[in-house]
Design a protein around this ligand. Structure first.
Ligand SMILES: Nc1ncnc2c1ncn2[C@@H]1O[C@H](COP(=O)(O)OP(=O)(O)OP(=O)(O)O)[C@@H](O)[C@H]1O
Length: 532
C-alpha cells in the first residue's frame, strides 16, 4: 500500500508500522479494506476500527494515537494494557510471542542502571522449583534502552486492596493467607531465595482463595551481590521507602540485609495488617517509622480487635521480634504455629458478615489450597466466598480502582496449571533478550483484547485527524521505510552494562544511605533521651 493511499491516516499507519505490533502485510490489508470503505476516514476512526476487530487493544491504540509508538514491544512481550505503577516503574499486562501466555511486565525507568547478568541468575533460580504461592520471576531483558522484568500474570486482588475496601479479615482468614504465604516462603527459602519486600500489596488473593506472592526477585536485586548492586540508587531508595511499613529492623539499619528471617518479620506485619486493618506503625514520618520498627511495639492487636485468639497474637509477636534469632527457626515452623487458628472457616464471620460459603469457582473444592490433607484433618475447611457480600472478607470488589480486572474478565485465560499461575514448565522461557527495539522486534499479531472499553478517542472533526496534544508536524521530505529508520531509543544499554560494573558505585551509595539512616536513628534516640 502506497503512502498516498493512506490519506489522513498516514501518520497513524506509519506509527503503527514503527511500533512493531502488527506485521506490515496484514496491516496494509486491513487498513486498505477499511479505507476503501471509508476513504475520508481519519486516524481515530481507523484506530477504533482496529480495536473493534481485535487487531489492537484500546491501550495500544491510545498510545499510538498519542504518538507513543515505541516500547510497545519489549523483547518477546507485546504490551496489552497498563496494570499499575509502583516504586520501580510501570507494570503492564503483556502477552509473550514465545508461549502466548500473559505476563506482568515491569518496565524500569529509562536509563535505570542495573546488572542484567546477575538478574538473569535470579531468573534461573526460580526455574528450579514451583509453588502455588510463589509467582516466579521468569524473565529479564533490555530492549531499546528499557529494562524489563517479567512474572506470570495472576488474577485477583491484593491484600492491601481487599482490606482497604472491605476492612480487616476474620482471624481464620488472615491465618489462612499467612499460612499460604509462609508455605511459599518455606519453599523459596529452601531454594536460597528470600523475598525481601513482603507487604500487603505484594500478596495477591485469587478467586480460588490462594494467596500468591508477587514481586519475587526484586528484593534480591536490591541487595549487593558479588560486590555489585543490581538496581540503581533511585529505584532502590523508592522501593525501600515504599516497603517501610513492613520492613524488618535489620533491613532498615542495613538496606542490603535482607534474609529469610526478615521475610518472617515482614509477614508478621502483613498478618498484623490483615487482623487489624492497619500496618503496625501507621503514624509519622519515614524516619519515625524506621525508629518504631527498631524500638517500639505496635498497639496490641487485642486492643484493636478483641476477638483475635491470644495464640495468634503471640505468633505475630514472635514474627515481629526485633532480633532475627527470636523469630521462628523457619517458615515451616511458622506454618505449624498458624495451623491451629485456621479453625472451621464455615463458622467464620468476615467484615460485617455471617458465615462464608465455598466460592462456586473455587478450584480447591473447599479445601485450603496448598495444605492438602495435612492440616486440621478434622476441620471442615470451606473457603471464604468472594461472591458473598456479607461473607468473610474475601469479596470481590469491582469498584476498586487500584485493582486489576481479573484477566478472565478481560481476555481469554491462558492455560493455567497452578490455580491461576501458568506452570513454570509451560512458560517455555523466552531466551533472555538483549535486543534493541525494532531490531529484533518481531512483528506479531496482538491477541484480541476483549471487554475493555475504547478510550475516549480524539474527535474526528480535526482536519488532520491528529489528537491534541500533537507531536510536531511530520517533515515534508519523504520518510524512509520504517525498517531502515533509526529508532530513537535503540542505544544498547546492555553494552554499557557489560563493560562497566555500575553496581559497585551503586553499592557504595547504598552504603552511604545506610550510614545516614544509622546516624539519623542515633540522633533521634539522643534527642529523645535529652528531652526526657
Ligand atoms: N504478577 C502479577 N500479576 C498481576 N498483577 C501484578 C503482578 N505483579 C504486579 N502486579 C500489579 O501491578 C501493579 C503495580 O505493581 P508494583 O509491584 O509495581 O507496585 P506496588 O507493589 O503497588 O508498589 P511497590 O513498587 O511499592 O512495591 C499492582 O497493582 C500489582 O498488584
Amino acid at each position: 500500500m502506497v503512502t498516498s493511499d493512506l490519506g489522513a491516516c498516514e501518520w497513524f499507519v506509519w506509527d503503527l508500522r514503527r511500533s512493531g505490533l502488527i506485521d506490515r502485510g496484514p496491516l496494509d490489508q486491513i487498513v486498505g479494506e477499511f479505507l476503501k470503505r471509508n476513504p475520508r476516514a481519519e486516524a481515530p476512526a481507523l484506530a477504533e476500527f482496529l480495536v473493534d476487530q481485535g487487531t489492537l487493544t484500546a491501550f495500544q491504540a491510545e498510545r499510538i494515537l498519542n504518538g507513543k509508538s515505541q516500547g510497545l514491544v519489549l523483547g518477546p512481550y507485546v504490551l496489552l494494557d497498563a496494570i499499575g505503577s509502583g516504586s520501580m516503574g510501570q507494570v503492564y499486562k503483556a502477552s509473550s510471542k514465545n508461549d502466548s501466555n500473559f505476563y506482568a511486565v515491569k518496565v524500569l525507568p529509562r536509563r535505570s542502571m542495573w546488572n542484567v547478568r546477575l538478574a538473569r541468575r535470579q531468573v534461573r533460580s526460580f526455574a528450579t522449583f514451583e509453588h502455588p504461592a510463589v509467582v516466579p520471576f521468569v524473565d529479564v531483558g533490555t530492549a531499546g534502552g528499557l529494562h524489563y522484568l517479567a512474572w506470570p500474570l495472576v488474577e485477583g486482588n491484593t491484600l492491601e486492596s481487599l482490606i482497604q475496601h472491605h476492612g480487616k479479615l476474620a482471624p481464620a482468614t488472615a491465618a489462612l493467607y499467612a499460612v499460604q504465604v509462609a508455605q511459599g516462603l518455606t519453599v523459596a527459602h529452601q531454594n536460597n531465595l528470600f523475598h525481601g519486600l513482603v507487604k500487603p500489596s505484594n500478596v495477591m488473593i485469587g478467586s480460588d482463595n490462594q494467596a500468591r506472592i508477587l514481586d519475587f526477585g526484586i528484593g534480591s536485586l536490591l541487595v549487593e551481590n558479588e560486590g555489585e548492586s543490581l538496581v540503581d540508587t533511585m529505584s532502590t531508595a523508592n522501593t525501600l521507602t515504599s516497603g517501610l511499613d513492613c520492613a524488618s529492623p535489620e533491613s532498615i539499619m542495613e538496606p542490603t540485609n535482607r534474609t529469610p528471617a526478615g521475610d518472617q518479620y515482614s509477614l508478621g506485619c502483613v498478618l498484623y495488617y490483615s487482623l487489624t486493618g492497619h500496618v503496625p506503625f501507621p503514624e509519622g514520618s519515614a524516619v519515625e517509622k524506621m525508629m518504631a520498627h527498631q524500638t517500639k511495639e505496635p498497639t496490641p492487636i487485642r486492643e484493636l480487635v478483641p476477638n483475635v485468639p491470644a495464640g495468634l497474637v503471640a505468633v505475630v509477636q514472635r514474627l515481629m521480634a526485633k532480633t532475627p534469632e527470636e523469630r521462628y527457626s523457619g517458615c515451616d515452623e511458622l506454618v505449624e504455629a498458624l495451623e491451629p487458628f485456621l479453625g472451621d472457616l464455615n463458622q467464620l464471620n468476615g467484615p460485617g458478615g455471617s458465615g462464608a460459603r465455598t466460592p462456586p469457582n473455587s478450584q480447591s473444592g473447599g479445601r485450603m489450597p496448598g495444605l492438602g490433607n495435612r492440616s486440621n484433618p478434622g476441620a471442615k475447611i470451606t473457603l471464604p466466598s468472594r461472591s458473598n457480600p456479607g461473607g468473610s472478607g474475601m469479596r470481590s470488589n469491582p469498584a476498586s480502582s487500584s485493582m486489576i480486572v481479573p484477566p478472565s474478565a478481560q481476555t481469554p485465560q491462558p492455560p493455567a496449571s497452578r490455580g491461576g499461575v501458568p506452570s513454570r514448565a509451560s512458560f517455555n522461557l523466552p531466551a533472555v533478550s538483549d535486543e534493541t527495539e525494532g531490531g529484533a522486534a518481531a512483528r506479531s499479531h496482538t491477541p484480541p483484547e476483549l471487554g475493555r472499553p475504547m478510550p475516549k478517542l480524539p474527535t474526528r472533526g480535526a482536519t488532520t485527524g491528529r489528537p491534541e496534544p500533537m507531536r510536531p508536524a511530520r517533515p515534508a521530505k519523504p520518510m524512509p521505510p520504517p525498517e531502515l529508520e533509526e529508532l530513537p531509543d535503540a542505544e544498547p544499554a546492555w553494552a554499557e552494562e557489560a563493560s562497566e560494573p555500575r553496581g559497585k558505585g551503586n553499592a557504595g551509595t547504598i552504603g552511604l544511605i545506610a550510614v545516614a539512616i544509622v546516624l539519623m536513628v542515633i540522633v533521634y534516640i539522643g534527642a529523645t533521651l535529652l528531652m526526657k
